[in-house]
Design a protein around this ligand. Structure first.
Ligand code: NAP
Length: 287
């Protein structure tokens, strides 16, 4: 398996890491990187994520046999509209968006029958963004969700799984519905909590320099995710709002239970809740 010409639309953290990992694995030859800004395009060439660059998505895909879309989820429909008439017959088209129902719907509506689209989502990343933060080893050992369509053949799914394995990742085939439910609880809720926590602590600290100087590892560990790109995360949260709303309600219930224990000075209840949380964390991270 070797792709002669790969178009990466959105050559940022994830698109750039895909390029570096795929080049390292020897599965791609020429990589054409697409972004909006000249600064990103220059950086993509400098870090060797791309061999050629352009701001024109349609031009980039014209002779590509592999197309990897890694723009914010909300921009994906627009990219499909830009590239649909330029895609080469037989091309394998995939994306890296963190939510999948909207993307799969848009692909079904917009992409031509002469290409294969399989949705994707690597469960790897970081709070950094941009191609300068891209790493060839980003996907190693990570679960990589793949979402086939109703018409995806086993042969095409195998092709996509080969690409994912070449990155060092572990493919997991899911429906879009299931994927979004899982991701709401395991990825999107932690991000939302991290963001709310950072804002709340900042509000409590106010202008008090003394409080600010006591911000320690507890704060930095639990708010690392809040550093993520607001543009990327806005699209993720908004496109999974229904599932995320359910997860947030669960969280509010847990906070209320803890608050009652505090207000009623119920130290036994407090310890019980913390013990349950300690065991839950251990179970979830030691599987
Ligand atoms: P990023 O580092 O900000 O990169 C996004 C790239 O997309 C940038 O290069 C940006 O160009 C480009 N872009 C934005 N809109 C575009 C458009 N309309 N046409 C062409 N290029 C466009 O973001 P990222 O973290 O790589 O995220 C990319 C995708 O991966 C998102 O869908 C996200 O949900 C998904 N994802 C992210 C993570 C994570 O941890 N970050 C993990 C898994 C999946 P400019 O630089 O010129 O603005």
């Amino acid at each position: 398996m070797r792709y002669k010409r790969t178009a990466i639309i959105g050559i940022g953290l994830i698109g750039g890491s895909f390029a570096l990992a795929a080049k390292r694995a020897g599965i791609v030859e020429t990589v054409v990187g697409v972004a909006r800004s000249d600064e990103t395009l220059r950086a993509a060439l400098e870090v060797s994520a791309a061999d050629e660059v352009t701001t024109d998505s349609a031009e980039a895909v014209r002779e590509a046999d592999l197309v990897y879309i890694a723009v914010p989820v909300g921009a994906t429909r627009g990219v499909f509209e830009q590239i649909r008439d330029s895609l080469a017959p037989g091309a394998l088209v995939t994306d890296a968006g963190s939510t999948k129902r909207e993307v799969m719907q848009a692909a079904a509506e917009l992409l031509p029958d002469h290409v294969t689209f399989i949705g994707g989502h690597p469960m790897a990343g970081s709070e950094q963004s941009g191609v300068r933060a891209a790493r060839a080893d980003l996907f190693e050992e990570a679960v990589y969700f793949l979402i086939p369509t109703d018409t995806t053949s086993q042969e095409d799914l195998d092709r996509m799984q080969q690409v994912v394995r070449a990155l060092g990742a572990i493919p997991s085939v899911q429906t879009a519905h299931n994927h979004d439910r899982i991701a709401a609880a395991t990825s999107h809720l932690p991000h939302l909590v991290s963001a709310a926590l950072a804002s709340t602590v900042a509000k409590l600290a106010g202008d008090n320099q003394e409080v600010q100087s006591f911000v320690g590892t507890g704060f930095t560990d639990t708010t690392r995710l809040a550093e993520g790109s607001p543009e990327v995360w806005r699209d993720i949260l908004m496109s999974n709002a229904d599932n995320l709303g359910d997860s947030v309600e669960e969280l509010i219930g847990a906070l209320q239970t803890l608050t009652v224990a505090l207000r009623e000075a119920d130290s036994a209840a407090c310890e019980r809740l913390l013990t349950e949380a300690q065991q839950a964390r251990w179970r979830l991270t030691n599987q």
